[in-house]
Design a protein around this ligand. Sequence first.
Ligand SMILES: [Zn+2]
Length: 483
Amino acid sequence: MNLLVLIDQSEFLPHVSYVFRVLSSIYQCKLKVLCHDARTEADLGEAQVVISYGDSMPDIQERPHLHIRKSHLFGEHYLHRASLPRRPLAICEGVPMIYLAEGSEACTEFSGQRAETSIDVVASAFFMLTRYEEQFVTETERDPWGSASPRAQLACKEGCHKRPIVNEYFALVQKWLAQLGVNLNLREHWAPADMALCLTHDVDRIRRFRFLPPVRGMLRAWRRPGGRIQAGRMLQDFVLTRIGLQRDPDRISFERILEIAEQNEMRGTVFILADGSRYSIDALLLAEWVRRAARSGFELGLHGGFSTSTDEEKLRQQKTRLEQALQTGEIVSNRQHYLSARYPETWRNLQAAGIRYDSSAGYRHSVGFRCGICHPFHPFDVQEGRVLDILEIPLIAMDTSMFGHAEFSTSEAMLELENLIEQTRRFHGVLTVLWHHNSLYRDEFPTIADVYERFVGNIRQQASSYTLRELAERWNDADACTW
Ligand SMILES: [Zn+2]
């Protein structure tokens, strides 16, 4: 289906085009975006449906036409605080809406083949996808690793951070067009499955036991109901590991990750630190593991270390060091340690350092959709006004946000994960999950280990499993097309 988008402001053509480009990577349509006065009769003739965006509604005859009235984001205050949304957000057709057209009630009116709405889904989607608000975050609103804290993020403050609201905005467009008689269908990127799964594992540590017994871990176990046996086993493991009669639990749990993946015919991406802060990448121990992971079809990626989020040279050096140590070819995927990121600088920086695929855009304090979307997307640099080549595959759930920041029980965590699976499947999206290998040490983390095995068992029938690289290559091949 040919979708023609007309806008009335040439200076924001790249910005508005970007939002529709993301929409057309998710829905089956071919796209052309033009300034209203640059359209030709031929363009109109080939379009099956027209969406216009701006202050006034152009006169379009003989084809379905949706007009979206613009809000105050794309205007004289763009990149200034006055362009930020007003709170609390209105709920429009069940969805929290970040921007509405000036001075109007939220409404969508239909008349024959035409519809006009004051619900500005374009600016609202742009705001979330680009992390627009993060331009205005002050140093006191950042966490110790430089990322915007939840209190500086609108979706967290409004309590809608666990919903893929950009996907919900696009679903509103789909619904309005359906009322005009136009069917916009989701693409089948992951056929025969309805959704994709990206399992990822950050290697933050390679040895559980060092010189002293794990007193804090044992105390935590001791306080758990029935945890005294586990505390005793931890002490036993420590002694046996130290005298060389047993392998370190971090090593066993890494192998467990691979075993679980093999049993369920899945694979994943392992991100490795190359800054020397936690371990040496030349360690024999690590080399053995990663070779086995690579043989099992796992992808090896870079775990960008401290301060690389804005330091291109440092990131490039770490990437080169990892490539030289692993000897498994070019490293193309990255996740920032502690999800440390300042947008859009971090995206720009990763791209300049030669990273092609990133999966750092997620929340540390909670599961959820930091960019409002459950699909891969090319980020847009709001400061330079251009689309970047790097592909972001947003992180949606991680073990530490469920069990570190909130102390979930098995059933609470399973419910949270089921909810994310449901939302991702509804939009044929990608569920990217981070599980640290060391949380599979059962005596220390029985709940986290249990939830992981149950989750993988549940999702195997519902999702196609990919490494980050495989998923990104598949996505880029089928990316938005124009006519
Ligand atoms: Zn890390």
